[in-house]
Structure formats: structure tokens, C-alpha cells
Design a protein around this ligand. Sequence first.
Ligand code: NDP
Length: 296
Amino acid sequence: MTAVLIDGKAFAARVRAEVAGHVARLKADHGLTPGLAVVLVGEDPASQVYVGAKGKQTVEVGMASFEHKLPAETSEADLLALIRRLNDDPEVHGILVQLPLPSHLNSDLVINAIDPAKDVDGFHISNVGRLGTGQKSMVPCTPLGCLMMLRDHLGKLAGLNAVVVGRSNIVGKPMAQLLLGDSCTVTIAHSRTKDLAAVCRGADILVAAVGRPEMITGDYVKPGATVIDVGINRIQRDGKSKLVGDVDFASAVQVAGAITPVPGGVGPMTIACLLANTLTACCRANGLPEPQGLTA
Ligand code: NDP
């Protein structure tokens, strides 16, 4: 058996096109342009690439992009003052502070200074609590992208056994909350889980967010299961630099019913969902109906 490929790149392009359509209507009907502010502190090369990609795609869907690049030695007081200004700016509907921050800055303090209604990363403690209690919230982009792909591929998820490997605050835990919200029976596995392979083999939906290259092999996969690989790991193979997931694609694809590739799976969906969240935030801020299918 060879699994169906879930094409995140193509799906993300569809989501961006949908967002662009809504943005055009917001402009035409209400004179509104959704705006996303991205704050980058320091010169971390990976973060610079992410921020560049976010800015480019923001403009491509017709939104306003505000980039704030600050030196690595920026003080907490100055960063908090910028966030307060962005909170008060009516042209800014979404605020994202690129993580990780330099070590002298307290990430929790900084993230919790963002107006929760503009917290398009969904990391503010108020949004975390809202997601956990089933209230309307801003949902973290990567798990939201995974949920959209699962709904698109499987339809209703109710009653399915879902195993999420990884319990981070940015992927594993919100992913589990979203699957619970769709009435899956959810297990969260982590580094202390006993007989991880057996736990994973109980999954109709297996989400790998581990940060360990190709750890989840075909032996962990129930025949016909849907496998979502969140991992992004750069490895050296045959003298070349290569991106691989947390799933061993070659063996898992033989067992799974459907699987996301790396690259081209979850990755492209993350920025698409950031744009969807910014659109949602703009609609909420202006008392307009939210676009359907772009939120949890
Ligand atoms: P973290 O390092 O924060 O969390 C990893 C989780 O995996 C932890 O809960 C850890 O358990 C668990 N884990 C580690 N080793 C094992 C093991 N041997 N067996 C079982 N569980 C294990 O990572 P993130 O959640 O931030 O990211 C996970 C992956 O997703 C990474 O590859 C990252 O690059 C990628 N990522 C991709 C994104 C995208 O846009 N596609 C966005 C964000 C992340 P414990 O808690 O017990 O230590």
C-alpha cells in the first residue's frame, strides 16, 4: 500500500487565494485593509528568512505588512513600548513577535503584552485559555494548518483516535486541544511515554511534532492511518544538506493511508494560517462576520 500525499503547498495556495478574495471584498465594501505587524529582534538567520516570507505573502494577499526589525540589544522596555503602540494602532490587526527572542528578553512577558485580539500567533495566555475551554480564540498557526488539512482530507474527525507526539506549547498541546474540539479521542505522547510505537499504532490520526529527524518509522503507523508530519529538521545526507520531517517518510508511506511530505506539507500551511488569522482578527475588530473555514 502506498499512502495518498496530502499536498500542503497546493492547499496553502488555495487558502491564500481564499484570504485574498476576502481581503479584496473588505477593501471594496468597507474600505478596510487588514494589517499584520511582524517584530523581529536580532539577526537570527532562520528568523530573518521566516519574517521575509511572511512579509512577502502578506503583501501578495493584499494586506498591509509592517515590519519592525530591532537590534539584538533592544531593551525589554523599548520592545514593550513598541507593542503598546501596535496594540493602539487601528491599521494593525495582527501582531507577531518572531521567536526565539534574545535571551535577555522575557518571551512570556512580551507575548502577553500583545492585545489578545491581535495575537495572530495564538500564544497569549488568554488565547491559550480560551482554546482550552472551547471559547472563540486566536488559534496557533501550525496546529490550525494541520487541522485544516485533516478536515479537508477526512471530513468529520469525530470519534477517530488521534495521537499527538510532542507536548510543546506551540504545537503539541494546541494540536491536541483542536483535535479534542473536533471530538477525536486524543492521546498526547512525549519523551516519557512507554512503548511509543504501540501507542502510535492505535492512531487513526498520527501527528508527529517531536523535533527528531525521521524518528517515527512505518512500525509506528497503523495501516491506513493519516499521518501529519510537523517536523522540520535539517540533516546532512550523502554530503548534502536536506530537510526531513519527524516521520521516516520512506517507511511510513508504505503503511499510512495518507501522509504529509516534508518539505511541502505542514510548513506552507503555517504562513497561510497566519494570514487567515490576520483576516479573522480584522473582521472581529470591525464587527464583521468571520470568513468560514479559515478558523477552528
Ligand atoms: P519542542 O522541542 O518544543 O517539543 C518536542 C516534543 O517532542 C516534546 O514534547 C518532547 O517531549 C517530545 N519528544 C522529544 N523526543 C521524544 C522522543 N524520543 N519520544 C517521544 N517524544 C519526544 O518542539 P516543537 O513542538 O517546537 O517542534 C516540533 C517539531 O516541529 C520540530 O521539528 C520543529 O522544527 C517543527 N515545527 C514546524 C513548524 C512548521 O511550520 N511546520 C512550526 C513549529 C515547529 P518532552 O516534553 O517530554 O521533552
